[in-house]
Write a protein of this length. Structure first.
Length: 141
């Protein structure tokens, strides 16, 4: 199964005090070992995750992000066309209070035909994507 990996999931993996850490670690470990799983993200999530991680958890956690988690992912690099489409969608829906990176994520998922997201962000469900690990008590990013 092809699954998009969001910042909220990467952060939950790194922060042992995060309410979603245990669920994230169990799901990611299983998915990383699954020969049929394909985990992907985009370059803006890598930037957002590294910035958030560095600010909240420090440099050691950033090294873990880049040494342990990013190498397991296929990173899709956002090109000018996808960026422009995402900006247009973001500006058209500013009242929904969805982050720009999430808007890029939705565009990327649609572009790549991905309908599952490893995320702890309700916006993915609200956009019609299936969130894993599934549970109705998702926390806000």
């Amino acid at each position: 199964m092809m699954t998009f990996v969001d910042t909220s999931a990467l952060y939950a993996l790194l922060d042992e005090d995060d309410v979603n850490h245990d669920r994230a670690a169990r799901w990611f470990t299983k998915a990383a070992l699954d020969q049929e799983a394909f985990l992907t993200t985009h370059s803006y999530v890598v930037v957002e995750s590294s910035t958030l991680t560095h600010r909240r958890l420090g440099s050691k956690a950033v090294r873990i992000l880049f040494d342990a988690f990013i190498p397991v992912l296929s990173v899709f690099y956002v090109d000018e066309d996808l960026h422009d489409q995402s900006v247009a969608g973001y500006l058209a829906a500013l009242d929904k209070r969805i982050s720009f990176v999430d808007r890029v994520s939705f565009q990327t998922m649609r572009h790549l035909g991905i309908d599952h997201a490893f995320a702890f962000d309700r916006d993915f469900e609200n956009e019609g994507f299936h969130v894993v690990p599934s549970e109705s008590t998702l926390s806000r990013e």
